[in-house]
Design a protein around this ligand. Structure first.
Ligand SMILES: *Cc1c(COP(=O)(O)O)cnc(C)c1O
Length: 429
């Protein structure tokens, strides 16, 4: 369920017409529905209400402070993958004891920061990282709480770029080496073993791979118990898929029922790291048509949003449903919706039927709340889009559109370029 619906042929987010936002804030802009965000978080979290658990929203899916703040206020924790994400989570007021830290390349600076903040635990992805964290904990005079991220070698049947739990992926410690890795962890003075972690991929549309992974993890937890290593947290990662097109992913309650059935008798607090399933369908990208262009082989619609704003179509060939902000009776035309960037991979949709778009019209790129703004860039020196949050009849710009000044703010021209040459006497730097 989401709150982007037509009323009298005008697309609304909750009680605000999208057009009103587009006209005031400009385009391209991301629009998030606060009601949908809250609803999705609550549906997921309450699917596990009968067991001890913590829902750690995956910050990378949508890292806006307002989004993080909302989930924090609903009792959520955060799954972070960088020091920057820890900074965001703390800035949004998320308690450190609700933060878990994943990722294969944590730096010394990031490890120290997380130790100082005293986060709930590190999800460790290699033996070298385990040593590094032990060492930094020693230097800082603290104990590091950890889980080992286990790679269970399960094919999640998703796009290869977002599958993470197969042998050939860079993530986690092979399940075959897990027992000895835990035995090593136990010997380290500054490490406190808390849990087992696994995250097998993203946009999963069936429960079977989750359950296959879980069965293997369960066996591991039993073996650890026999070896005298008690596990109190089981982190099952994220990855539950959403409907972009005609997928039929399990509902959170179905996912929860299957998992809980498999976990009977496992006395662990469960941690989940959902990202996409919570924010994906809670946001859209609004773009304005600039030009249309007919060529002998294609009809192009050139919009003011591009792959720097939403890279998923270019990067993964992803499908996003696109609809006009003002519904019309115009005949359908098959078009490529493209952006202004100088790359042929710059498209938002290919061979798509749209009601003959014309210059000046607004289009809504649906299901853009996850891995949309958070993956955006400044390529082609395009300022990043504004982000807006709607709640009922109100809306609020939760991130301003970047300016051209923002683009060059961190850059400096070295003095040696201003001596002689055409820049002489212009006093840069
Ligand atoms: C990206 C990621 C998630 C979230 O994945 P979704 O598919 O968005 O739910 C969770 N955990 C880890 C470790 C991740 O890298």
């Amino acid at each position: 369920m989401h709150h982007f619906q037509y009323k009298d042929d005008e697309l609304y987010c909750e009680d605000v017409p999208i057009r009103a936002i587009a006209e005031e804030v400009g385009t391209p802009c991301y629009i998030y529905s606060c009601a949908t965000l809250g609803h999705h978080f609550t549906v997921f979290d309450s699917a596990f209400k009968d067991v001890s658990h913590l829902t750690c929203y995956s910050v990378k899916a949508n890292s806006n402070l307002a989004v993080l703040k909302l989930f924090g206020s609903l009792g959520g924790g955060m799954d972070i993958v960088s020091g920057g994400e820890l900074y965001r989570a703390r800035t949004a007021g998320i308690p450190a004891e609700r933060i878990v830290y994943s990722g294969v390349g944590k730096t010394v600076q990031e490890i120290d920061y997380a130790l100082r903040e005293n986060i709930l635990m590190f999800n460790i992805e290699s033996l070298e990282e385990l040593d590094a964290i032990d060492k930094r904990a020693g230097v800082n005079g603290v104990k590091a709480r950890i889980a080992l991220r286990i790679n269970p070698d399960i094919d999640p049947n998703t796009h290869p770029y977002i599958s993470t739990g197969m042998k050939k992926n860079k993530f986690g410690i092979s399940i075959d080496n897990a027992l000895s890795a835990y035995q090593k962890a136990r010997r380290l003075k500054n490490i406190e073993i808390m849990g087992v972690d696994c995250h097998i991929g993203s946009q999963l549309t069936e429960v079977a791979p989750f359950i296959d992974a879980l069965k293997r993890i369960r066996v591991l937890i039993e073996r650890l118990g026999q070896a005298g290593i008690e596990i109190c947290y089981l982190d099952l990662g994220g990855g539950l898929g959403i409907v972009y097109d005609h997928e039929a992913p399990p509902q959170p309650h179905e996912y929860a029922e299957s998992i809980l059935k498999e976990l009977e008798g496992v006395p662990c607090t469960l941690i989940f790291e959902p990202g996409r399933v919570i924010v994906g369908n809670a946001g859209i990208l609004v773009t304005k048509v600039l030009y249309t262009k007919r060529t002998p082989s294609k009809n192009f619609v050139i919009a003011d949003a591009a792959m720097n704003d939403l890279v998923r179509p270019s990067l993964y060939g992803s499908y996003h449903f696109i609809q006009p902000v003002k519904r019309s009776e115009k005949a359908t035309e098959i078009v490529d919706l493209v952006g202004p960037i100088c790359e042929s991979s710059d498209f938002l949709a290919k061979d798509r039927g749209l009601p003959q778009p014309a210059g000046g019209e607004y289009l809504a790129v649906m299901s853009a709340g996850a891995y949309g703004f958070s993956m955006s860039s400044n390529y082609n020196s395009r300022p990043r889009a504004a982000e807006v949050m709607v709640s009922g009849g109100r809306y609020f710009v939760v991130r301003k559109r970047e300016s051209w000044d923002d683009l060059v703010r961190l850059e400096n021209i070295p003095e040696f370029l201003s001596v002689g040459g055409p820049l002489h006497g212009q006093g840069c730097g």
